[in-house]
Design a protein around this ligand. Structure first.
Ligand code: G3I
Length: 449
């Protein structure tokens, strides 16, 4: 009897010590009072996670429980009271895409804290992404931009494996094709046209008239307005005729709608010297040069601005009167935050209702629009993936007769124009710098299902 009493006393002491310890100051173990909070990256990845404990001093180890239910009625045996020394849990045994609940207790000697709060999270696989070729999975043309100086090596391998439509990123613009008065330079374009022809790729011409790619001699034209108009007609006729039958479509005019000034048309040198109907004249000349070429009008913020969307549709309606337009290009320089699916759908609906072809012509999706990241975190990669999936799903639902192509504006993140444009790091595209596919590429594939 006596022995048992001593034991009971000891147990009592332990319990009281333990109870005391929970409220003791720093010189004793101040074990968890139940507040481990995972970092902002609440999701776990294959490489484990680090939960940021608070109010824990000198804990020897932690006991972790992982469950598939919040009440911990379905404990995962290998994680039940798993003793871990660091604040990192190896979750390689758990399934990516599943949601798990975890709780911890801190331990020091014989002292064990109360349970922490429960944190639920889905495990994001950082394992290899599926590498299905996009053009094999899509029922529409999938496009990539090209440069005449990068039509070889892994860039070309990926283009030929995954894409069936190409757009020149910058070499089929006036400032490059017509650098000085009366002197054309088709060197780069001829290379791109040959690459497209040799590899049976659909080549989209971008862009005959664009205020941002107008050579200086045109911006500072020294002749009369009548001479200016003749020059523009000759330029469009020369270029479209040269590539007749090879360039299957042209953005005849790009970004003519003004942003926010209230004037529907940007005050470009073409508008100033040829009048508001410069747009119609350019499409007339392009149509005359190659009646079989699909003529597009292309612009940005088509989804995000209702004002701009209305102005673009007004241009399309005017050109349709004389059958001068075949399609609209929505550039789709967007971010994981927006525009909303409903706004993108409005672009599609307005285009389809006008019996025009839809080209999502320059898709890239910023993962870091607010410059709040220094690296692409797993959860931001997931958000970007979901946006790619959403955009592709919308395009995939367009009636086949109205689908022209979905073109992504760049291959590897490091090559994106956005990095210079915004001056901070971002990862807007579908391929890593080592050409491996990202979650964004998986999102594109999932949008096709
Ligand atoms: O590669 C040459 C390099 O060899 C040369 O030394 C250097 C200096 O002349 O130029 C380099 O080419 C530049 C190219 O980007 C590659 O960096 C061109 O000058 C420059 O004009 C070109 O800018 C392009 C820009 O349009 C203007 O044409 C961007 O690549 C291209 O992404 C951007 O794309 C536009 C779309 O056409 C229309 N929608 C908006 C979009 C982004 O601005």
């Amino acid at each position: 009897m006596k022995k048992i009493k001593i034991k009971q006393a000891l147990v009592l002491i332990c319990i009281s010590l333990f109870a005391l310890s929970c409220s003791k100051s720093d010189d004793e173990v101040e074990v968890i009072a139940g507040v481990p909070t995972a970092y902002s990256a609440v999701n776990l990845t294959d490489s484990g996670f680090t939960a940021n404990w608070t109010r824990v001093y000198r804990a020897d180890k932690y006991l972790v429980d992982v469950s598939t239910t919040a009440d911990f009625s379905t404990l995962i045996p290998s994680y039940n009271e798993l003793a871990v020394n660091a604040l990192t849990l190896d979750i390689s045994g758990l399934n990516a895409g599943a949601t798990y609940y975890y709780r911890v207790r801190a331990v020091r000697g014989a002292l064990i804290s109360v349970y922490s709060n429960v944190i639920a999270t889905e495990i994001i696989s950082t394992g290899p992404e599926p590498t299905t070729a996009l053009k094999e999975a899509a029922n529409f043309k999938v496009g990539m931009i090209v440069r005449s100086t990068a039509l070889t090596g892994q860039t070309s391998d990926i283009i030929l494996r995954e894409f069936d439509n190409i757009t020149s990123e910058y070499e089929m613009k006036m400032d490059k094709m017509y650098p000085s008065k009366g002197t054309y330079d088709f060197t780069a374009v001829d290379k791109i046209v040959k690459y497209a022809t040799d590899n049976k790729l659909n080549l989209h011409g971008h862009a005959l008239i664009w205020h941002n790619a107008t050579p200086d001699w045109v911006k500072n034209f020294t002749g009369t307005d009548a001479e200016f108009e003749i020059m523009v007609k000759e330029y469009i006729t020369t270029v479209v005729t040269r590539y007749k039958g090879k360039v299957k479509s042209w953005d005849v005019v790009n970004e003519a709608v003004d942003d926010g000034s209230g004037n529907p048309l940007r005050n470009s040198v073409f508008k100033q010297k040829m009048g508001d109907d410069y747009i119609k004249k350019c499409y007339q000349w392009a149509r005359a040069a190659d009646p079989d070429c699909k003529l597009f009008y292309n612009d940005y913020n088509f989804a995000s601005s209702t004002t701009k969307r209305a102005a673009i549709f007004k241009i399309a309606d005017a050109l349709k009167v004389d059958n001068l337009i075949d399609g609209l290009g929505a550039q789709m320089h967007i971010s994981y935050k927006g525009p909303a699916a409903s706004e993108i759908q409005a672009v599609v609906d307005g285009t389809v209702s006008r019996k025009l072809l839809m080209h999502f012509s320059e898709l890239d999706i910023q993962a870091n629009p607010d410059n709040d990241l220094k690296v692409l975190t797993p959860e931001r990669a997931i958000l970007q993936k979901n946006k790619y999936k959403e955009v592709v799903k919308i395009f995939n639902s367009i009636p086949t007769a109205n689908q022209y192509a979905l073109t992504v504006w760049g291959m590897r993140d490091s090559e994106s124009w956005l990095l210079d444009f915004w001056g901070h790091i971002d990862w807007p595209l579908m391929y890593n710098n080592d050409y491996s596919v990202k979650k964004a590429h998986t999102g594109f594939l999932e949008g096709l299902k």
